[in-house]
Design a binder for this molecule. Structure first.
Ligand SMILES: Cc1cc2nc3c(=O)[nH]c(=O)nc-3n(C[C@H](O)[C@H](O)[C@H](O)COP(=O)(O)OP(=O)(O)OC[C@H]3O[C@@H](n4cnc5c(N)ncnc54)[C@H](O)[C@@H]3O)c2cc1C
Length: 499
């Protein structure tokens, strides 16, 4: 019996742990090297006094038992024994005159609610909700339903996916902002569209997410992001895998155009038959591989031609019960404020009260995400007074708005936590703090630009959201796919199991 092939994985984020789990399921000897002392990477949370600040999931896709992502989350042990809250609404926008625009998950309810608010836009509203319903129908629990085999299967799959192509073509060509400008007359509704999602994204991406909501495939597991990644790490270790924490990789070793292992910061060389990098794409290509394997396409992706975005997360732990409040609120400000170098007319609050593990009984965590440009932050030295001052000012403004929206928290704020793009960068090496990679703008073909293999370097693969789609499902999927590819190369049947 030949020795098991040894696979070295860099990074214990969702992608790295996914590859580790599937590698173990398929009889490979895998080991993960992670620079932090906990798993998860960008999918994480942290404790402040009695409170857990969730640093990732606002919605998790793949919670419906009908979806293949659900099966994959179960295979990597992420969702077992977890109570799940299925989102009934995507978010709501609140205006100073008391008007509320609620983006319901149910497309029919959404349609009648929006037409009630903006009858003059009935045509466009029906067009949008019809698209959501069509996409939801095609996805049948996200686009991930298993493709059928054989000719009949192929035809059936084709028929099912036809509306998808049509709708992606149509709505992939226009940004949310542009769609709203051209098609929505009602001022409040137009403003709402510009704030419920990053408005530079293509309209197709918003509709895709709303279709997942309509399919009850978007929600949140109790225990939050930290709970999900801790369960994945346990699953990986139960399968016999090892995560080496506090192990910073600073080079991918190669010989005769073949990856041979990794070099750690402490000087140790770890050899393997295959190396999989599950860390940030830019860090992999420019730091760990020293820019040796760049193609024209890759260089273009990192040239700055394609926009990215990042955020500041201001979280508050409050000694007040906000469990009657909605889960995601965008509040219009009485007058715009300048925050993190840009003018804001809305401020958002995520309310984590649905999850009793986030705060003690009667207490709550709320968090505000403020989209910002990395250029604004890169000038700061993280240890400087100016940086602390910038964070303090941001927190002050968020608190002012939070106290206005939730008067019961006045004088009851026990924790203030500010994570900036520099935090994300320091914690995971993510390029430009871009925790969701490139913005998928109209016509953007970025998703097909970064390959998971590099010309001139055999036995090496890149996985994670930078070679797939932004968000955890993309990361999860690439970890599975890479092991499928390795099994195929080794002429082995790909195996999975659900614990
Ligand atoms: C505020 C916020 C909100 C988000 N909301 C959502 C959401 O609602 N839904 C959703 O699906 N996704 C969301 N995301 C995105 C999601 O977190 C990411 O898409 C996903 O976690 C990326 O996983 P990954 O494995 O590809 O990469 P990463 O998480 O970046 O994993 C890379 C790992 O490699 C490690 N590493 C880096 N360099 C080295 C090195 N040199 N040596 C050793 N280890 C190294 C890092 O520490 C990290 O653990 C959000 C993220 C943030 C920050």
């Amino acid at each position: 019996m030949p020795d098991k092939k040894r696979i070295i994985i860099i990074g214990a984020g969702v992608a790295g742990m996914s590859a580790g789990c599937y590698g173990q399921m398929n009889g490979y000897d895998t080991e993960i090297y992670e620079m932090n002392n906990i798993p998860g990477g960008l999918c994480t949370g942290w404790k402040r006094l009695d409170y857990i600040i969730d640093g990732c999931f606002e919605w998790m896709i793949g919670i419906s038992p009908d979806s293949v992502f659900n099966k994959q989350w179960l295979e990597v042990g992420a969702l077992q024994n977890k109570e799940i809250m299925v989102h009934k609404e995507f978010c709501r926008c609140e205006f100073s005159d008391g008007k509320k625009i609620i983006i319901y998950a149910d497309a029919d309810k959404l349609e009648s609610h929006l037409i009630n608010i903006a009858p003059e836009d009935a045509g466009s509203i029906t067009e949008i909700t019809t698209a959501i319903k069509k996409l939801a129908g095609a996805f049948g629990g996200t686009m991930t339903r298993k493709p059928q085999s054989g000719l009949t299967g192929l035809i059936r799959t084709g028929i099912r996916f036809f509306p998808l192509i049509r709708y992606f073509r149509k709505y992939g060509k226009i940004s949310i902002r542009e769609y709203a400008r051209k098609n929505i007359k009602n001022t409040d509704l137009r403003e709402a569209f510009n704030h419920i999602f990053l408005a530079d994204y293509s309209m197709a991406i918003l509709l895709f997410n709303l279709a997942c909501y309509a399919n009850k495939d978007a929600g949140l597991p109790m225990g939050g992001s930290l709970g999900v990644v801790n369960s994945m790490a346990t699953r990986y270790e139960n399968l016999g895998g090892r995560i080496n924490y506090k192990s910073i990789v600073n080079r991918i070793e190669s010989k005769k155009e073949r990856a041979t292992g990794i070099k750690l910061e402490d000087g140790r060389i770890i050899s393997g038959d295959i190396v999989i990098s599950a860390v940030d794409g830019h860090h992999t290509l420019f730091d760990l591989l020293k820019g040796k394997y760049l193609t024209k396409k890759i260089s273009k992706c990192y040239s700055g031609d394609y926009p990215t975005f990042t955020t500041v997360q201001v979280s508050l732990g409050v000694n007040a019960d906000l469990s009657d409040e909605a889960q995601w609120i965008h509040m219009k400000l009485d007058k715009p404020v300048v925050l993190a170098g840009q003018e804001l007319s809305f401020i958002s609050f995520n309310n984590y009260c649905h999850d009793k593990t986030m705060a003690p009984e009667g207490k709550s965590v709320i968090a505000s995400h403020i989209f910002t440009k990395f250029e604004y932050w890169e000038k700061f030295d993280r240890k400087s007074h100016e940086y602390s001052e910038e964070k303090r000012k941001l927190a002050e403004e968020v608190i002012k708005s939070a106290e206005k929206r939730f008067p019961s928290i006045k004088g009851k704020i026990e924790v203030i936590d500010v994570a900036t793009p520099l935090t994300y960068q320091r914690y995971t090496n993510v390029w430009r703090g871009a925790y969701m990679t490139w913005i998928i703008t109209p016509g953007s073909k970025i998703l097909s630009k970064i390959p998971n293999k590099l010309p001139g370097l055999r036995n090496f693969y890149m996985i994670g959201q930078w070679v797939s789609s932004p968000g955890t499902p993309g990361a999860l999927k690439t970890g599975r796919k890479v092991i499928q590819d390795i099994c195929k190369m080794d002429e082995k049947q790909f195996q999975t199991s659900i614990p």
